[in-house]
Write a protein that binds this ligand. Structure first.
Ligand SMILES: Nc1ncnc2c1ncn2[C@@H]1O[C@H](COP(=O)(O)OP(=O)(O)O)[C@@H](O)[C@H]1O
Ligand code: SF4
Ligand SMILES: [Mg+2]
Length: 371
């Protein structure tokens, strides 16, 4: 009997996944969708990106994994928003969902909206409703992404100059070779590379810091208004990390770009962000201005993250660690997802997920302990 029930469940699951994959393949057939489907209205007056109740799932044969579970946040024009959380919290999946680069058909947006303000055309666009080709025109020229591993983000078989040229040719179709070469020289200079001969260098000939600078130059090729930087300094040593952070900050200020900066390191976020979002197990557990999060962290997870980073002012020989690990998203604990690791948990925390409580107009936290 048990065996039969198990087989039925498997069959049901297979059928569900097949339906989801079919839906995905059908939706990807639309290269262009009519404007009436994706034209929308921004809720805020000075936001470039509005993410509302975004849900992203991975449909795998074993289970449906809710990697991003109903998150909402805005990115203001010319602002830097930092997303912080341990590995596996859904930070990269959030970035990939905005970029429309989820590994399909397993990874799919299953709900919510992503509104983007296209300054050049003075219109708001619902990104999740765009056709595949239309999305392609947004990538690079409106929203660009910088990835964590510079070595794997570039093609090892081509010189970096050729790869930059390819990128420029895609975004600026009318430019001649001479114009493109001079633009590449200027772009490289703007990211601090003025060395001759870099054009013909292969990725393996450059250091991690140089490669990350090339990737930043590549992200700037299409003159984007929003950059998503996914742990851009994690693979670098500390001094180069500081240089790249300074470079990103300067470029962001000079060009008035909005930046969504993803990192697992609160120290890095403190140096660059205006506002901080703390993610845990696919949800936002706390959000506030950088001051609010660092001066008065409210969520026990944020407090624990703060305590687990080196601090010269604290008199201790040992760094504190957060006991346990991020839960397996397939078998998420009921109630507050953080409760198995929380020192303050009570009965309510096991029964239901805590709603947001507003500490100030800009500071929200999802914890019964704070409420
Ligand atoms: N390609 C994938 N297939 C299945 N699950 C995935 C895939 N990519 C990510 N996930 C799930 O999404 C969760 C969040 O991943 P990710 O956003 O990469 O975490 P991080 O916060 O470290 O960037 C992972 O723990 C994993 O369960
Ligand atoms: S809701 Fe409860 S378990 Fe969750 S963080 Fe707050 S006190 Fe801890
Ligand atoms: Mg990641």
């Amino acid at each position: 009997m048990k065996h039969i029930m198990h087989t039925d469940k498997n069959r049901e699951n297979k059928h569900f996944i097949r339906t989801k994959y079919r839906e995905y393949n059908r939706s990807k057939r639309y290269k262009y969708r009519p404007e009436s489907e994706w034209r929308t209205v921004m809720k805020g007056t000075d936001t470039i990106l509005e993410v509302e109740d975004l849900r992203t799932c991975f449909y795998t044969p074993g289970a449906t994994i809710p990697a991003v579970d109903g998150i909402s946040f805005n990115v203001g024009r010319g602002k830097v928003i930092g997303i912080v959380g341990e590995s596996g919290c859904g930070k990269s999946v959030t970035g990939l969902s905005i970029m429309g680069l989820l590994p399909g058909p397993q990874g799919q947006i299953s709900g919510g909206t992503i509104r983007y303000w296209q300054e050049r055309k003075q219109r708001a666009v619902e990104l999740t409703k765009l056709g595949t080709r239309q999305y392609g025109t947004f990538r690079g020229s409106e929203i660009a992404m910088i990835f964590q591993e510079p070595m794997t983000a570039l093609d090892p078989l081509f010189p970096v100059g050729k790869q930059l040229d390819e990128c420029l040719r895609f975004h600026n179709k009318g430019l001649s070779l001479v114009e493109r070469r001079s633009l590449i020289r200027r772009l490289l200079a703007s990211v601090g590379i003025s060395r001759d001969g870099i054009y013909n260098s292969y990725p393996f000939e450059l250091s991690g810091g140089m490669l990350q600078r090339v990737l930043i130059a590549m992200a700037l090729c299409g003159d984007p208004k929003l950059i998503i930087a996914d742990e851009p300094t994690t693979a670098l040593d500390v001094t180069i990390q500081a240089q790249i952070l300074l470079l990103l900050k300067n470029l962001q200020k000079e060009r008035g770009i909005s930046l969504l900066f993803i990192s697992h390191d609160l120290g890095v976020i403190a140096g660059i962000a205006d506002e901080v979002i703390v993610m845990y197990a696919g949800r936002i557990v706390e959000q506030g201005t950088v001051r609010e999060i660092f001066d008065t962290p409210c969520h026990p997870y944020t407090v624990a993250l703060m305590r687990s980073r080196p601090d010269l002012e604290r008199e201790t020989d040992l760094l504190e660690v957060i006991p346990g690990t991020v839960p397996d998203l397939r078998t998420m604990p009921g109630g507050c997802h953080f409760h198995p690791r929380c020192i303050h948990f009570g009965k309510a925390c096991i029964d239901q997920y805590p709603p947001y409580c507003w500490v100030s107009k800009t500071h929200r936290v999802s914890c019964f302990f704070t409420a």
